[in-house]
Design a protein around this ligand. Structure first.
Ligand code: AMP
Ligand code: GLY
Length: 642
C-alpha cells in the first residue's frame, strides 16, 4: 500500500515510523512533515500552504491508497470530507464527527443522549451567566470547571477551586483572542479520580483497541507549573482494573457509536477518550478525534501489532490481517521542550544537535521530533515541544533508564531544554515496591465486619479475613479511647499468634475496633429492640463521637517485626428522631450489629445530618489513615492486586 501521513508534529513522526515498518507498506509519504519524518517517508511534492483540493490532486497523482490524518485542526476543517469526495481513502473522521473535539457542547450533548458517564454540565454564553452558574456549582461542590466549547489549543479549560479561580478563568475565556472558541462555555462539575486516556481505531468492522496511556500535562515535576500539551507519558497502565477496556467499550464507545449513528454520523479514525477513573469506574473528561501527542509516540512503541492493516480495514480497504496478540511493552516517554514553552513562543537559544544523536537507536531509545528545523550540521531545535524521547523495556524502570540515558546526552548539548524527570513516577514506585519482599507478604484483615472488608477492598489489595476470638468488655475506670485501642490491640495480637508460624515470608495483620461515645459513655451493639431504641433516643438531636482504633502489624515466625497503632475520631450529628422513625428503623433490623445502633452508610443515613471528620471511620475503618500507613510504614502500594 502507498500511505500518506498528514501533519508535522511528533505524533506524525511516530505514525510515519510505525506505518513504514509494516510489510504492507510499499511507499510512505508525509505532508508537510518535519525534517525527521521526511527522512522516514518522502515529502509529498506540494507547498505547505496548499489547500485540501490541491492536496487531494497531489495524493491521487502519487497513487495513495490510504491517507492518515494526525492533527485535529485539518479534521475539524473538513479534510476527510474533501479528500474522500475526491476518491481517497482517509483514516480520520469527517468534519461532523470531528465536532466531538471541536465543540465541547456537541460532545456533551451526545454523551447525555447516549447515557455516557461524564460530569453534569450547563451551557452559558455571557460572562455574567457563566459566573452565576459557576458560583452555584462551586458553592455546592467546592469546585467547578469552565471550558471554552471550541478548539483552544489546550488553553480553554479552567479547573476552579474558589471564586478567584472562576474570575481569572472567565477573564481568560472572554479575552478577544478566545472569541471564536468561547462563543459558548461549558460549566461543569469537577470530577475526581486518576486521569488516563484510552485510544481505539474505529470504522468498518467495529472497535480495535489500541491501549491506555497516562499523560503529564503540567510543565514541571510534581505536577507544578502551567498546563502544557503534555510533557511525557507512560503506557500501559498497570493500576487500572483488568477489565478496564471492556468497561470503556461497553459504557462509552459502543453507546457513543450508536448515538452518533442515530444522528446520521459514522465515525472513522482514531478516538481518544480522556477519562477520570475513580472507584466508581470511568467518566469521560473529553473526546479527541485523533491520537494524542505525545501518547501516539509511546503507544506506537509499546503496541507490537501492525497498525496499517487495522487502519486499512477501518476505511474498507480489506486486507488480510494476521492478528496474533502480543502484550504491550512498558514504555515511558519524556518531552524535551524549548526554554520559553509554553508561554514565550521563541526559545532563548536555538541549539544545533548532531543528527546521529537523534537518529541513533543502538541504546534502545527512540527520539521522535516535533519542532525541529534543518541546519547544515544537523538538527536545529525550534520553539515549543521539540522531542519526545521514549524507550521500551521489560519493566518501566528498564525503559526509564534507557530513555534517561539518551536525555542525558541531548541535554549535555542543549542545557536550556525543559523536561520533567518524574514521568511515570507512580508506576516506577509500584514496580520497586512489588519487587521488595514486604510487599509480597500477604495481608489478613482481623475482623468479622463486612463493612471493613468492603472498605479495605477499595484499596485494591488481596487479603484474607479472620475473625478474632477476643472478649470485648470495658474495664473499670477505663476511658473510651483506651478501651477501643485495647480492643484493636488484642484482636491484632490474637491473629498474629495464629498466623505467624505459617508465614516465613511474613504477613501483615490489620485489626480495628469501632465504638460510639456520647457523654463519655460507650454505646456498643444493641442487644434488643428496646436497647436499640434507648441508644437512638440518646443520639437523637445531638452530636456524638465515633472512635475507631486500628492496629497494623507485620509478623513472621520470629515475632512481630513492625507495628503501628492509631485512633481516629469523627463527630457525627444525628437529626432529631421521632418515635415513629426510630421504631420504623429498628424494624428493618439494621441497628443490631452496629455500634451505637445505626449504620451511617446504610438505611441509617437518613438520620446523619453532619459528619465532621473521616466518613469511612464512622463505617468502621479510617481509610485515608490506613492507606497512608500501609504505603509508608509497610511499603504496600495500593491497587497492586487489581
Ligand atoms: P480537556 O481539555 O477537557 O481535556 O481538559 C483539560 C484538563 O482539565 C483535563 O486533562 C483535566 O485535567 C482537567 N479537567 C477537565 N474537565 C474536568 C472535570 N470535569 N473535572 C476535573 N478536571 C477536569
Ligand atoms: N497529549 C494530549 C493531547 O494530545 O491532547
Amino acid at each position: 500500500m502507498r500511505v500518506l501521513v498528514i501533519g508535522s508534529g511528533g505524533r506524525e513522526h511516530a505514525l510515519a515510523w510505525k506505518l513504514r515498518q509494516s510489510p504492507l507498506c510499499q511507499e510512505l509519504y508525509v505532508w508537510p512533515g518535519n525534517i525527521c519524518s521526511q527522512r522516514v517517508g518522502k515529502r509529498l511534492d506540494l507547498p505547505e500552504n496548499a489547500n485540501y483540493k490541491h492536496l487531494a490532486a497531489s495524493a491521487l497523482d502519487a497513487k495513495i491508497d490510504l491517507v492518515v490524518v494526525g492533527p485535529e485542526g485539518p479534521l475539524s476543517s473538513g479534510i476527510a470530507d474533501i479528500l474522500t469526495a475526491r476518491g481517497l481513502k482517509v483514516f480520520g473522521p469527517t468534519q461532523k464527527a470531528a465536532q466531538l473535539e471541536s465543540s465541547k457542547v456537541f460532545a456533551k450533548r451526545i454523551m447525555m443522549e447516549a447515557g455516557i458517564p461524564t460530569a453534569a454540565f450547563e451551557v452559558a454564553t455571557s460572562k455574567d451567566e457563566c459566573y452565576d452558574r459557576a458560583m452555584q456549582i462551586l458553592n455546592r461542590d467546592g469546585g467547578v470547571v469552565l471550558k471554552a466549547s471550541g478548539l483552544a489549543s489546550g488553553k480553554g479549560v479552567f479547573v476552579c477551586h474558589n471564586e478567584d479561580d472562576v474570575n481569572k478563568g472567565l477573564d481568560r475565556l472572554f479575552e478577544p483572542t478566545m472569541r471564536a472558541a468561547s462563543e459558548q462555555i461549558v460549566v461543569e462539575e469537577m470530577l475526581f479520580g486518576r486521569e488516563v486516556s484510552f485510544f481505539c481505531f474505529l470504522g468498518k468492522g467495529g472497535v480495535s483497541r489500541i491501549g491506555f496511556a497516562v499523560d503529564h500535562k503540567r510543565l514541571r515535576a510534581g505536577d507544578k507549573g502551567p498546563n502544557t500539551g503534555g510533557m511525557g507519558c507512560y503506557t500501559p497502565v498497570p493500576w487500572l482494573p483488568g477489565d478496564a477496556a471492556d468497561q470503556v467499550d461497553s459504557l462509552i464507545v459502543e453507546p457513543l457509536l450508536k448515538t452518533l449513528s442515530k444522528n446520521g454520523i459514522e465515525y472513522t479514525g482514531c478516538l481518544y477518550v480522556g477519562l477520570m477513573w475513580s472507584d466508581k469506574g470511568p467518566s469521560v473528561v473529553e473526546f479527541n478525534v485523533r491520537l494524542g501527542d505525545p501518547e501516539a509516540q509511546v503507544l506506537a512503541l509499546s503496541d507490537r501489532t501492525d497498525w496499517l492493516p487495522i487502519m486499512a480495514a477501518k476505511v474498507g480497504t480489506v486486507t488480510k490481517r494476521e492478528t496474533h496478540y502480543q502484550s504491550p511493552l512498558p514504555v515511558i516517554g519524556y518531552v524535551m521542550a524549548s526554554s520559553g514553552y509554553p508561554f514565550g513562543e521563541q526559545p532563548d537559544v536555538d541549539q544545533v544537535l548532531p543528527l546521529d544523536l537523534i537518529e541513533d537507536t543502538s541504546d534502545g531509545a527512540m527520539v521522535f521530533c516535533a519542532s525541529v528545523k534543518s541546519a547544515s550540521s544537523g538538527i536545529k531545535t525550534g520553539s515549543g515541544r521539540v522531542f519526545l524521547i521514549a524507550a521500551s523495556g521489560q519493566t518501566f524502570n528498564a525503559a526509564k533508564d534507557k530513555a534517561l540515558g539518551r536525555i542525558g546526552k541531548i541535554s549535555g548539548l542543549w542545557p536550556q531544554a525543559q523536561w520533567r524527570s518524574d514521568i511515570g513516577q507512580s508506576v516506577l514506585q509500584y514496580e520497586d515496591a512489588v519487587q521488595s519482599s514486604v510487599v509480597r507478604c500477604p495481608i489478613v484483615l482481623g475482623s468479622s465486619s463486612p463493612r471493613r472488608r468492603e472498605l479495605l477492598g477499595h484499596l485494591g489489595l488481596n487479603f484474607t479475613v479472620m475473625k478474632p476470638l477476643t472478649e470485648e468488655t470495658p474495664r473499670q475506670g477505663e476511658s473510651a479511647a483506651d478501651y477501643v485501642a485495647r480492643n484493636a490491640y488484642e484482636k491484632n495480637e490474637w491473629i498474629c499468634e495464629q498466623v505467624a508460624a505459617s508465614h516465613p515470608q511474613g504477613i501483615v495483620v490489620i485489626s480495628a475496633d469501632t465504638i460510639v461515645v456520647i457523654d463519655g459513655k460507650i454505646l456498643e451493639k444493641p442487644l434488643s429492640p428496646a436497647d436499640a431504641k434507648g441508644m437512638l433516643s440518646q443520639l437523637s438531636g445531638r452530636l456524638h463521637t465515633v472512635l475507631t482504633a486500628v492496629r497494623i502489624a507485620s509478623v513472621n515466625p520470629s515475632g512481630i517485626q513492625k507495628h503501628k497503632e492509631f485512633t481516629v475520631a469523627t463527630d457525627v450529628f444525628i437529626k432529631k428522631l421521632s418515635g415513629k422513625e426510630m421504631d420504623g428503623y429498628i424494624a428493618t433490623g439494621e441497628p443490631f450489629d452496629k455500634a451505637g445502633g445505626y449504620a451511617a452508610q446504610g438505611l441509617g443515613s437518613f438520620m446523619v445530618q453532619e459528619v465532621r471528620g473521616s466518613f469511612s471511620n464512622v463505617v468502621g475503618l479510617p481509610l485515608a489513615e490506613v492507606a497512608d500507613s500501609l504505603q509508608t510504614d509497610f511499603g504496600i502500594p495500593l491497587w497492586r492486586d487489581r
